[in-house]
Design a protein around this ligand. Structure first.
Ligand code: DGT
Ligand code: CA
Ligand code: CA
Ligand code: ZN
Length: 572
């Protein structure tokens, strides 16, 4: 039982020691509950004390929690000890006594403060600590990955954790819907914490399952409708269980951004209403005006539904009001994928045949197979192997009557902007993607020249992941974006929106600038190296939304004939 575990942590702090008569009693009760099949939440005092291992005072705490959703003592202690102190107790070498000492003598209550204190060599000055223990604690912090300055996660990691949590919670009894909100739903590049919203018959059952998920290393708080946990080293996940009738209001509130919420609240007030996480309501009567869906609420605020990826208070509300906000692209609008790898290249993990089968299954109408060209040292295909792949495609075409298969290549943009193979050999392809895979350190002028040369090359239809960035690893090349957008716009070369969560390349601000200042076209591509990665299309679509890209600018949303016409224009 999560509430009891929380009680144990806080009692340790209150007592200033890890073991006491009280903590032992609570721990015994936790064990007793774990081995007892029936639900303690519904039991009477008499039934509870009957269980071996649960004493009278613990039973009263459990009863208090089942009827009020809180334990008053824990709530009181939270005022004295912030939840971050509970997290500090997880660090080897720091028990309750030392955590209290840190608070009293150095006003340190969290990992960030602790790291600063270690940097200033303050820990070694405390009674009972010395240089050695300071070093040990510093080591433990870095081993646990509790880096204070870098506490935001990459979106790829956060999304993976969120999906793991969601799939675990799906099997809990009485769960109706699960969605993630917050910065994750807005597709921010980095995520502070993961926010999950659930509708369910019983909040406490969901909370119970949530705090007991595999991989939970700390419970920062829990009640009957909400809880916060730490998974693994440092990933915080916040859970809210909300009533079905106010799901829309809750989703809006917890999706944020905070700035977007504030702007909407102001708008509500101007219309004689109040907006909070429960509903949009009439300010005088208190009657609910809308709450169940986001679209209902936006409509009552005289706005179309605004896609989560746009909710940053960067002009989306006035654009929505004026009708100039692009309709959000839907994944169903994509008719094909234009950057796809197969096991012909060293890093592809599914066969050509399997990639085509999966494409048909997903309803694609066209596809460009674009394995690496020869200049990519490890994985590139020689001319001979490219011709082998072309023969295989030709022999497979009759088996895929609904899929137009283009034989392309992912060409490498060299230092001077030249690409692989001879012009004659390049003529043999149906399609070309050209990408930056090397020379990340050149000057802005040189990088711009490289991109411009590739854009002008008739063998190139799309510039793949134009900046070459890898989120959390490298920033990508710097180039004169306006010059590149203008050139791509006049030559008809599309710029890729790479769907991989580690790339999301071009970035959203770049996309928005390109859309606002030029007529440039885009290709939303998965860069799939395995059949399962077609799935990433949804992130590419979300990234396009975040960049305010309308679907009429996206070449894979074109009808087949128009798409082929666009490809052909470029190549002759
Ligand atoms: P993060 O976690 O730092 O990447 O960013 P968010 O946006 O997920 O922020 P988080 O987790 O603190 O809160 C989730 C959402 O809840 C946030 O986007 C908007 C809403 N929210 C949180 N605190 C406030 C607040 O004080 N006022 C308003 N209006 N909304 C808030
Ligand atoms: Ca968050
Ligand atoms: Ca949060
Ligand atoms: Zn690729």
């Amino acid at each position: 039982m999560a509430a009891l575990r929380e009680l144990i942590s806080y009692t340790k702090l209150e007592d200033g020691k890890s073991q006491s008569f009280r903590t032992r009693a609570y721990e015994k009760a936790v064990d007793a509950i774990a081995s007892n099949a029936s639900r303690v939440c519904d039991m009477t005092l008499a039934e509870l004390t009957e269980i071996d291992g649960i004493g009278d005072s613990t039973a009263r705490k459990i009863l208090e929690f089942s009827s009020t959703g809180e334990i008053a003592k824990v709530e009181r202690l939270k005022d004295r000890f912030p939840p971050s102190m509970i997290e500090l107790m997880r660090i080897p070498g720091l028990g309750p006594k030392r955590v209290l000492l840190l608070q009293d003598s150095l006003q340190v209550v969290d990992v960030e403060g602790l790291t600063r204190a270690i940097e200033k060599q303050q820990l070694r000055t405390l009674p009972g600590l010395g240089e050695k223990s300071e070093e040990k604690i510093a080591q433990a912090i870095s081993l646990l990955g509790l880096h204070s300055d870098d506490s935001r996660m990459e979106i790829a990691d956060a999304m993976e954790t969120a999906h793991r949590v969601i799939s675990e919670l799906e099997s809990v009894d009485g769960v109706l819907t699960i969605e993630y909100a917050g910065s994750l739903r807005r597709l921010s590049e980095t995520i502070g914490d993961i926010d999950i919203l659930v509708t369910a018959d019983s909040g406490s059952l969901v909370v119970e399952a949530f705090v007991n998920l595999p991989g939970v290393t700390a419970i920062l708080g829990s009640g009957t409708t909400k809880a916060s946990i730490v998974m693994g080293d440092r990933v915080q996940v916040d859970l809210r269980v909300v009533p079905t009738e106010s799901l829309g209001a809750a989703l809006m509130y917890f999706t944020g951004s905070k700035a977007h919420n504030i702007a909407l609240r102001t708008r509500a007030i101007e219309r004689g209403m109040t907006l909070n996480e429960y509903s949009l309501s009439d300010v005088n009567s208190g009657d609910v005006v809308a709450a169940k869906t986001e679209a209902d609420i936006y409509a009552k605020l005289d706005l179309p539904w605004i896609a989560p990826e746009l909710r940053e208070d960067t002009g989306e509300i006035s654009a929505a009001e004026n009708g100039t906000l692009p309709a959000p692209i839907a994944q169903e609008e994509l008719r094909g994928d234009l950057h796809v790898h197969t096991s012909w290249s060293g890093d592809g993990r599914s066969s050509l045949h399997d990639m085509l089968d999966a494409a048909v299954e997903l309803g694609m109408e066209f596809i460009a197979i674009t394995d690496h060209a020869e200049d990519l040292v490890m994985n590139g295909l020689s001319e001979e192997r490219m011709l082998g792949q072309r023969r295989e495609i030709e022999s497979l075409r009759p088996s895929y009557p609904t899929l137009t298969i283009l034989h392309g290549a992912e060409l490498n943009i060299g230092r001077d902007g030249s690409i692989d193979y001879s012009p004659t050999f390049l003529d043999g392809f149906d399609f070309g993607v050209a990408s930056i895979h090397s020379y990340f350190e050149l000057s802005v002028a040189e990088q711009t020249e490289r991109l411009l040369a590739a854009i002008e090359n008739p063998a190139v239809n799309v510039i793949g992941h134009p900046s070459g960035r890898m989120l959390g690893k490298r920033g990508g090349i710097e180039f004169d974006a306006d010059a590149v957008f203008a050139a791509a716009s006049s030559s008809g070369t599309a710029l890729e929106i790479n769907s991989h969560l580690k790339r999301l390349d071009l970035s959203a601000p770049m996309l928005r600038r390109a859309v606002e200042t030029t007529d440039v076209l885009f290709a939303i591509s998965t860069d799939a190296h395995h059949v399962s990665a077609y799935n990433h299309q949804r992130w590419g679509v979300a990234q396009a939304r975040r960049g305010w890209v309308p679907s009429h600018r996206v070449v894979n949303c074109l009808q087949l004939d128009d798409f082929l016409a666009w490809v052909g224009e470029r190549r002759n």
